[in-house]
Every structure is written in structure tokens, then in C-alpha cells.
Design a protein around this ligand. Structure first.
Ligand SMILES: Nc1nc2c(ncn2[C@@H]2O[C@H](COP(=O)(O)OP(=O)(O)OP(=O)(O)O)[C@@H](O)[C@H]2O)c(=O)[nH]1
Ligand SMILES: [Mg+2]
Ligand SMILES: [Zn+2]
Length: 311
């Protein structure tokens, strides 16, 4: 039988079957060894086969993944932890105020989305609370992201029409929600799924000691083929195995012009005849995006130095 992994606590997995039943499973012994480069062999969103083994239900096979998103393991430095698999789209929930979301944070997120080739949208929540000054800030933000093709949706979790609008965008997809603490992810998810409390109430607490919610993502069912993955406490996703000069490719408007840079390994810093800098000077690339790119690059440079010193 086939199912989808809704939750993982490290040793137990909650798997939803086609019938809608949710069962607790263990991992069949030999699968544990499959992926030694990650701290968890199975993540939410994984499609798995299950079978009976003695008195237990075990996961006997993990289907090939369309994609998977990793972060640095919370437990082991420089090891990978898979947050979620088979993700169709990423929703970054942001707020202009309480809390303020910086474009630096947004750009890190979007860069990751590009690296994974997963479509990303920006959901600007708490519209009911914004004063004139906040709305000005919001307009500036829209000026940065709309021209480069990231959908920006202005919503309030308290407005049922907005929630319905969001619901339509989610249909038949696995959507990962991310964003700072306090932006309203849980409020939105509760508004989207009035039955959620019921489902939470149904889960047995036998294996879940409640300590994993901050490090393990959980998948919430909206309907048969519609799932949301809530990722509490995750500040940044990781991308693995890339070179510094690839970072520019993850800024889509940079990518569109960078073929015209004089050097093909151009980092778009001080190099002569850099098409990215030229485009910025001509007003075709937003200076804030460029500024965030440079600071992301500098951050990774430090990490690369770490690796060089190590080897
Ligand atoms: N006025 C207003 N308040 C909202 C809205 N959305 C969420 N809130 C409030 O913002 C606070 C934080 O919301 P949460 O849903 O807990 O935020 P979260 O993103 O889940 O935060 P973490 O779980 O810590 O990551 C709560 O007090 C919500 O009631 C909104 O659209 N308008
Ligand atoms: Mg929450
Ligand atoms: Zn360049």
C-alpha cells in the first residue's frame, strides 16, 4: 500500500493512505542505511510503500523524490536534514510590521527557491493593521518583487475572502509555508482548515513527546491532494554543493543579463564590464536586490573559507 508521510519524529512516521486513514509506521531496518549523507532518511511529503511486519506497520520503500529541501541539521553541524520532499510551491508569509520582514530575509528565501526550481510567492499578511507608513513600505516592497515576476498577495488572515483566495492557490498542491515567527502562519492554516483542531485531537500522543515541532516540519491536510507544510522555527534553508559564482543565477533578473558579463565567472562585484552592475546603474536591477546579493555572497564566502581552512 502507498501513502504520504505527514509527520516524522525521527523513529516514527505518520503516513496517510489513499483511504484517508493515518497510520503510525516504523522504518524497515535496511532502509535506514540508504542515505547516509542526511540525518533523516524520510521527510514529510515522501511517498512511501508500507507493509505489515509482525505486529507493526513498516515503511518498505521510499519513492523517488521530485525534489527535497534541506537545512543544516539542528543536531549535527555540517550535516543535512531534509525538511520536506515533493514540494510544489513555496509561500513566504511576510509582514510589513509586527514583525517587520526584511528584504534580506526575503531574498535569501527566493534564492533558495530558485536553486530548488520551486515556484515561490510572497504573501503579505496583516493588511488590516497597516497604517500609511506601512503601506508606503509595502509599495516599495512590491516595486522590488512584482517586476521580477514573484507573485505578491496582500491578505489578512482575518478576512474570509482572502483566506478563500489563498485556498484556491493551494488546491492539489503541496505548499510549504515559511516566514518569521509571528507573521501569522498558524493563524492562516487554522483559517484554511477548520477541521485542523479535530485532526490534532485525533493524533495519539504515544510517540510524540512534543519536542520535535520546532525542528520537524509537519504536513497539514486541507483535502485529499492539498497539503500545507508548516515549518516553524526554520530561519534559513540550505542549498548544497554550489560554487560562489552560481549565487547570481539564483537572482532571476541577474541571470537574465549575466551572460553579457565580460568574465564567465563574474561575481558581479568589482569586475570590469559586469552586465549585472550595468543593469543596476541603468535602473533595471533594483539596488536593494543587488545589496542583498552582495551580503549573501559575503556570508557564503566566510563559509567557503571555513571549508578551505578545514581541508
Ligand atoms: N490583525 C491581524 N493579526 C493577525 C493576522 N494574522 C495573524 N495575526 C496575529 O499574529 C499573531 C501571530 O500569529 P501566528 O499565527 O501565531 O504566527 P506564526 O507565523 O504561526 O508564528 P510562529 O508559529 O511563531 O512561527 C497572533 O496573535 C495572530 O492572532 C492578521 O492577518 N491580522
Ligand atoms: Mg505558528
Ligand atoms: Zn557580472
Amino acid at each position: 500500500m502507498q501513502g504520504i508521510v505527514l509527520k516524522s519524529t525521527g523513529s516514527w512516521y505518520e503516513v496517510r493512505l489513499a483511504s484517508g486513514d493515518v497510520v503510525d509506521c516504523r522504518l524497515k531496518g535496511k532502509i535506514r542505511l540508504l542515505e547516509l549523507n542526511t540525518t533523516n532518511p524520510i521527510a514529510v511529503g515522501d511517498l512511501v510503500d508500507i507493509e505489515n511486519e509482525d505486529t507493526e506497520i513498516v515503511i518498505s520503500k521510499i519513492h523517488d523524490r521530485k525534489n527535497y529541501i534541506v537545512r543544516e541539521s539542528p543536531k549535527k553541524k555540517y550535516a543535512r536534514h531534509i525538511i520536506a520532499a515533493n514540494v510544489d510551491q513555496l509561500f513566504l508569509i511576510v509582514t510589513i510590521a509586527s514583525p517587520r520582514t526584511s528584504t534580506g530575509f526575503i531574498d535569501r528565501f527566493l534564492m533558495t527557491a530558485e536553486a530548488y526550481h520551486i515556484p515561490a510567492s510572497i504573501i503579505i499578511n496583516k493588511q488590516d493593521t497597516y497604517d500609511e507608513k506601512a503601506l508606503e513600505k509595502q509599495a516599495e516592497m512590491l516595486e522590488i518583487y512584482e517586476p521580477i515576476g514573484y507573485p505578491c498577495h496582500l491578505i489578512s488572515a482575518l478576512d474570509s475572502n482572502h483566506v478563500k483566495f489563498l485556498e484556491d492557490l493551494l488546491q492539489n498542491k503541496i505548499t510549504l509555508f515559511s516566514g518569521h515567527s509571528g507573521v501569522g502562519k498558524s493563524t492562516l492554516i487554522n483559517a484554511l482548515n477548520p477541521l485542523l483542531d479535530l485532526r490534532v485531537g485525533e493524533i495519539s500522543n504515544k510517540h510524540d513527546k512534543g519536542i520535535h515541532t520546532t525542528t520537524f516540519a509537519e504536513m497539514i491536510i486541507l483535502n485529499n491532494d492539498t497539503y500545507i507544510i508548516d515549518t516553524p522555527g526554520i530561519k534559513e534553508f540550505g542549498i548544497m554543493n554550489f560554487e560562489l559564482e552560481e549565487i547570481g543565477q539564483y537572482f532571476r533578473e541577474f541571470k537574465a543579463v549575466m551572460n553579457d558579463c565580460q568574465f564567465n565567472n563574474c561575481l558581479h562585484l568589482e569586475e570590469p564590464n559586469c552586465a549585472v552592475k550595468n543593469a543596476m546603474e541603468q535602473g533595471k536591477i533594483h539596488p536593494e536586490r543587488y545589496f542583498n546579493y552582495v551580503s549573501i555572497l559575503e556570508g557564503y564566502r566566510e563559509n567557503f573559507n571555513y571549508w578551505e581552512r578545514k581541508s
